[in-house]
Design a protein around this ligand. Structure first.
Ligand SMILES: [Zn+2]
Length: 110
């Protein structure tokens, strides 16, 4: 197992939540329009569920897998998957303090 695959196993629910927000990924479900996503883990501080998608290289003997993490729609169950390695790579370069788990206060208009 390569280094990135090992690091994917250290990802927590809060990491994917921060990734979704940092990348500007909409919370709106593309299937039903519901405006909330649920992270596929057992909690913010719990490991992400990792889905391994078999990867075939036609004409070549080796086979592999793409590891995915995902969010789901609590209204219709639509799944959106992201390559776990993208989250690993993003987390490695995300500057400290750029990850904010708390809901931001709306700006007060004065
Ligand atoms: Zn939906």
């Amino acid at each position: 197992m390569n280094e990135k695959a090992l690091k994917a196993r250290e990802l927590k629910g809060e990491d994917l939540h921060a990734f979704v927000d940092a990348k500007g990924i909409t919370h709106d479900c593309p299937a039903c329009g519901h405006d909330h996503v649920a992270i596929m883990s057992h909690g913010p501080d719990m490991p992400l569920h990792i889905y391994a998608m078999p990867l075939l290289h036609p004409g070549l003997p080796e086979e592999g897998a793409v590891e995915m993490v995902g969010v789901t729609c609590p209204n219709c169950g639509h799944l959106r998957m992201f390559a776990a390695q993208m989250v690993v790579e993003w987390k490695e370069i995300a500057p400290p303090g750029s990850i904010n788990w708390e809901e931001e206060e709306p700006p007060s208009d004065r």
